[in-house]
Write a protein that binds this ligand. Structure first.
Ligand code: GLY
Length: 352
């Protein structure tokens, strides 16, 4: 088992390894003075791992409650959030009890937001079951739900008390979800670790889940410790997001986050090379890595609609936006640009 400790506004451990779900109850017990555990999961994940979690929690002498919602981004909204907190109330959860997110990023985000706000905040433990949640969303304390006009528009920074990444849960991960997670891992390599980038470019991620998840989580730990509330360096994690989120939004979220980030990374890296900000060939190795995981490179949306959608993103501050621009494989910089300059990057990035 690997362990990474995050020293943010809350100090917590992320444990990574096979078979960890079996002992999740013992970990959760450390934060549960009230004796009640409220698990939130979706109807894809709960039938696979709900029983194992429930058994582990009960074996640790804790009472277990569960709330299962319909899988999918469409559930990450205020009405499901409201049902979760109403159910927490009906279960008699106090401030000494614990919420558990069992699932992927959507489950982690909505459960974390419920935990952040229920009785002004209760402890929560992340038990990610997707690669994307393992390497990104379960760590760092971003919690949120969507509004009709965009993703993650209502949320809070609320760090988990622990993160338990049981790599055995990845055995049931659908191929598409595996690819989405790999896009995030390639992103980590591009933004700050060339060795990681070339490792996953040359050898499939699934050959070393524990090692690769641990490396990504260490990188995220370092960034979150420097800038927990995203006023600077944490924005580096948004590589590929400016154009990627626009693609996701324009597709009505039918293009998954990982794929959209892949497209976004290709656009911004192509632009960086064209504008002389990154050496020639940077875009070629990125494309090779993305293609080796069956990830898309391009979109049929045009530069005007992409820029309109990107300008509406919550990363816009006033009339400007911070772009994460690769300067090489394994390094990036933040460039603040007026919103009207986005189009230059989109065109240089190959959009029509
Ligand atoms: N997913 C990006 C972040 O946690 O900041």
């Amino acid at each position: 088992m690997n362990k990474v400790t995050v020293n943010a506004s809350k100090k917590y451990d992320i444990v990574i390894g096979a078979g960890l779900l079996r002992d999740a109850g013992q970990v959760i017990k450390n934060f549960c003075r009230g004796g009640k555990v409220f698990t939130v999961s979706d109807d894809n994940v709960f039938p696979l791992y709900g029983e194992a979690l429930r058994t582990s929690v009960r074996k640790s002498g804790l009472e277990h409650f569960e709330f299962v919602f319909k899988a999918g981004e469409a559930s990450k909204n205020l009405s499901v959030y409201s049902r979760i907190v109403e159910n927490m109330c009906a279960a008699g959860l106090t401030r000494g009890d614990v919420a558990v997110a069992l699932g992927g990023g959507i489950t982690g985000d909505i459960t974390g937001f419920a935990a952040a706000t229920y009785r002004r905040g209760i402890a929560f433990v992340q038990v990610p079951t997707s690669l994307l949640a393992d390497v990104d969303s379960s760590v760092g304390g971003k919690t949120a739900v969507d509004l009709d006009n965009g993703k993650n528009q209502v949320g809070a920074f609320w760090q988990p008390s622990a993160v338990i990444c049981d790599t055995d849960t990845l055995k049931t991960l659908p191929e598409e979800e595996y690819r989405n997670g790999c896009a995030e891992i390639i992103k980590y390599g591009m933004l700050g670790d060339g060795d990681l980038f070339y490792k996953v470019k040359n050898v499939p991620v699934r050959n070393d889940y524990s090692g690769i998840i641990t490396r990504c989580v260490e990188m995220k730990r370092d960034i979150v410790e420097r800038d927990e509330f995203e006023s600077g360096d944490r924005m580096l994690l948004n590589l590929g997001h400016t154009f990627g989120h626009a693609v996701e939004k324009l597709s009505g979220f039918s293009i998954a986050h990982g794929k959209a980030v892949a497209i976004g990374m290709n656009i911004i890296t192509t632009a960086a090379v064209k504008l002389g900000l990154a050496p020639k060939g940077t875009e070629t190795v990125l494309r090779e890595a993305l293609l080796s995981y069956g990830l898309p490179l391009s979109t049929t949306y045009g530069s005007d609609e992409i820029c309109r959608a990107a300008a509406g993103d919550k990363k816009t501050v006033g009339e400007s936006i911070t772009l994460v621009v690769p300067t090489d494989v394994g390094s990036c910089r933040l460039i603040r640009v007026p919103v009207e300059d986005l189009k230059n990057y989109a065109l240089a990035g190959g959009l029509k």
